[in-house]
Design a protein around this ligand. Structure first.
Ligand code: GLY
Length: 285
């Protein structure tokens, strides 16, 4: 088990990689916890959830709306969650985004933590404290920064991901390899079969590398005043593609990376060999 700490001026967030997700119960208060998850995650793992009220949302980006947030907030009032309460999000990027957002506004802010169940959320979305919901086609236009107290990343949960969800997450890993830890690129190039087979050891190493890089950035620039923008590589084009074409986030980011890489080559900012390596990796996966 590995614990990576993200320290910001107001918080300390522990990202725990390689532990069994059921051990999350040890990180929770004894009472006053409410769980947010989606129907797919609940079908796979609900029987092992800690014994607290569970609120379920529909899986997918269409749940990142204020009306979904409002209905969850009303349910929290119904179950009597107060200011000392704790929200546990168990799911991928959408569940973590919504759980973090609600924890930041409910009763002016309560504690939260996540079990991150998708590759995309383990390598990027669940760490770093960004949360948000969409208005129409504008992504994450309402939200803020609130670090979860912990994020549990158990790579054995990735075995139940549908293929398109898994490949979607690989795009964020490729992004992190390009902008940060180049060893991620070497591992992705040299271990195709292990990655396609979702080898737990290789994936734990990749998740750990991605989280360490993200932690190093977020610890220096939590609120994205400059440096953190590097994590948005591929996302400027990607968000437009995602909402207009209704494709999964990672596929849109992969297309965004491709467009940004073409743009960089045309501007003379990267060499042809670098362009070929990035495009080759995107095609491979
Ligand atoms: N997903 C990019 C960031 O957290 O800043």
């Amino acid at each position: 088990m590995e614990k990576i700490i993200i320290s910001t001026p107001d918080s300390v967030s522990a990202i725990i990689i390689g532990a069994k997700w059921e051990a999350v119960v040890k990180l929770l208060p004894e009472s006053g916890v409410a769980i947010i998850t989606d129907y797919n995650v609940f079908d796979h793992y609900g029987s092992g959830f800690p014994d607290f009220p569970v609120l379920k949302i529909k899986p997918g980006e269409q749940s990142k709306q204020l009306k979904v947030v409002e209905s969850l907030l009303k349910k929290f009032l119904d179950i009597g969650l107060d200011r000392s309460g704790f929200i546990l999000g168990i799911g991928g990027g959408v569940v973590c985004d919504i759980s973090g957002f609600i924890a930041s506004v409910y009763m002016r802010g309560i504690r939260c933590g996540f079990v991150s169940t998708s590759l995309l959320s383990q390598v990027d979305a669940s760490t770093g404290g960004k949360n948000g919901v969409n208005i129409g086609l504008i992504k994450n236009v309402i939200g803020n920064f609130k670090q979860p107290e912990f994020v549990v990343c158990d790579t054995s949960m990735l075995l139940t991901l549908p293929d398109d969800e898994y490949y979607s997450g690989l795009a964020e890993l490729i992004k992190t390899g390009i902008i940060g830890d180049k060893t991620i690129i070497d591992i992705l190039e040299d271990n195709y079969k292990g990655i396609i087979d979702r080898d737990k050891i290789i994936l734990s190493d990749l998740v750990s590398r991605a989280v360490k890089f993200k932690a190093s950035i977020v610890s220096k620039d939590e609120k994205e005043s400059g440096l953190r923008r590097v994590l948005n590589f591929g996302h400027t084009f990607g968000h437009a593609i995602e909402l207009n074409e209704a494709v999964k986030h990672g596929f849109a980011v992969a297309s965004g990376i491709k467009l940004a890489t073409c743009f960089s080559l045309k501007k003379g900012l990267i060499k042809e060999a670098e362009y070929n390596r990035i495009i080759g990796l995107l095609k491979k996966y």
